[in-house]
Ligand binder design. Structure first.
Ligand code: ATP
Length: 473
């Protein structure tokens, strides 16, 4: 872990954003809990995504499908047979690694040393072996490349095995009639199996989309980099059903729309990158990621995939239920093609946190603050009476009551005003509203702006409008 990521992890814990799960028992690897400010930030991100999808597009509606699904779903989707990572164990340290990641990391060292060609050749060799399902070959490549276990330092490797990432459990009260079901590894299938329900009951006409936010579970082998890769996480997916043949136009459209959305969140253009997949999954005819420059490099935040009619067709085959749509405009029945946009709420959270984290030294003084876009800031404004007497607290509470129905507001009257400003900076509150003796005379307050620390005098009557404008997205 690099130094900046370490600082961010420590900050997230210290100021109530993210805690390791069940920390009193030393935590559970790759599982995290969100604290009081974390849950506000995450809810704001989810709400913004949901509203952009379902309110700004009159042809997108939402659903909330169950985490458990009929086991055949995962046969049809291909997850039972091929949602695998190739893994390898080091016999000395007993530590398990993803074979492909070991090779990717080796390639990265070549690239860093300036040998791009060698890096690319290595990656190509791995891709060929994995495609041919030549796991012995993957092991040989690891050994020939001299890749050693970071823990034991040896190259005493086991064979490479495929490891399915789905968590399974049993339903049924007695062992005999129990059957294995899975915790969903993606939310998308809950949308596909409800395609006709939604189309009919919400009277949707192709092209239309279905959006969903919900938990997904993957037994990730490489569980590192904080909340970037978790075993329990939340996805926000939207499946957009289109007429066959029009999918690549829609793919282009959604790629542009989603990139715009990230910029509107306040992510600078140079920290975002589009990565087009050269190697496509068997069901896709175009795929790309939107990547963000995390402290550990450019990494995927969102995937946009043109999934053809693979999923609906497969569900039709397995369920024996027609998954067709009658298109009245062209008088034809067809299985729609699908463009999907898929983003992890937690990964989006990490992106906005990394982007917001500022640790600066100005005039010999250090200042740390989180420069969240006000629309996603956990707390929008802090109401801070200068002293605890002369009726200032009462006046402060009046202002809280004026704003609290529409904004997440905190009130604080203990400690020096400077300390209280610092505290709000650390959780990313964009506005501190100070109540002083002048307030009692003319009903004005001081607004202190987080990013510039500049202050201005504003009438109490204008506060609601000012906050609304600043927090709009
Ligand atoms: P990766 O290559 O990083 O494993 P993926 O390509 O398997 O990701 P998708 O299956 O396309 O990811 O999932 C869509 C989105 O869900 C990702 O862009 C990411 O934001 C999020 N996501 C996937 N796996 C995880 C995870 N283990 N923890 C947190 N978020 C995840």
């Amino acid at each position: 872990e690099n130094a900046q990521l370490k600082d961010i992890i420590a900050h997230a814990k210290e100021y109530g954003f993210v805690y390791p799960s069940s920390e009193i028992y030393d935590g559970l690897q790759a599982v995290y809990d969100f604290g009081p400010y974390g849950v506000e930030l995450k809810n704001n991100l989810k709400r913004l995504w949901w509203e952009t999808m379902t309110r700004l597009n009159d042809n997108i509606v939402g659903i909330d499908a169950a985490i458990f699904m009929h086991p055949t779903t995962w046969k049809a989707s291909g997850h039972v047979d091929s949602f695998n990572d190739p893994m390898i164990d080091n016999k000395d340290s007993k530590k398990r690694y993803r074979a492909d990641v070991l090779i990717e990391e080796k390639a990265a060292t070549y690239e860093k040393a300036g040998d791009k060609e060698r890096a690319q050749n290595l990656l190509n060799a791995m891709a060929r072996l994995l495609e041919a399902e030549d796991l012995a070959g993957v092991r040989e490549l690891i050994i020939n490349e001299g890749i050693t276990c970071p823990l034991s330092g040896t190259s005493n490797w086991t064979e490479v095995r495929q490891f399915n990432l789905m968590f399974s459990t049993q339903v049924g009260s007695v062992a005999e009639d129990a059957s294995t079901i899975y915790l969903r590894p993606e939310t998308a299938q809950g949308i596909f199996v409800n395609f006709l329900n939604v189309q009919k009951t919400a009277r949707m006409k192709v092209p239309f989309g279905i959006a969903q936010i919900g938990k997904a579970f993957r037994n990730e082998i490489v569980a590192r980099q904080f909340i970037f890769r978790m075993r329990e996480f939340e996805q926000m997916e939207m499946q957009f059903f289109v007429r066959p043949g029009s999918e690549l136009d829609w793919y282009k459209e959604w790629a542009g729309t989603r990139m715009q959305w990230h910029k509107a969140l306040g992510i600078p253009e140079e920290k975002l990158r589009r990565h087009d997949h050269e190697k496509l999954a068997h069901y896709a005819n175009a795929a790309m990621d939107i990547e963000f420059e995390f402290p550990f490099g450019f990494k995927e935040v969102e995937g946009i995939h043109s999934r053809t009619d693979f999923d609906l067709k497969s569900h039709q085959e397995y369920s024996k239920k027609k998954q067709q749509y009658f298109d009245p405009e062209i008088n034809q029945n067809y299985i729609p093609y699908v463009i999907e946009t898929s983003i992890g709420a937690d990964r989006l959270f990490l992106m906005t946190l990394c982007n917001a984290y500022v640790n600066e030294h100005v005039d010999g003084k250090e200042r740390t603050y989180l420069k969240f876009h006000p629309a996603i800031a956990p707390v929008k404004a802090a109401i801070l009476p200068l002293t605890k007497k002369d009726g200032l607290p009462e006046k402060g509470q009046e202002i809280v009551n004026l704003l609290k129905y529409d904004f997440n507001i905190v009130y604080e009257d203990a400690a020096s005003i400077g300390k209280r400003y610092t505290r709000q900076d650390l959780i990313g509150t964009p506005f501190c509203i100070a109540v002083d003796h002048q307030t009692l005379e003319d009903n004005t307050v001081t607004i202190r702006h987080r990013d510039t620390t500049e202050q201005e005098r504003v009438a109490i009557g204008d506060l609601h409008k000012r906050l609304s404008e600043a927090c709009s997205f």
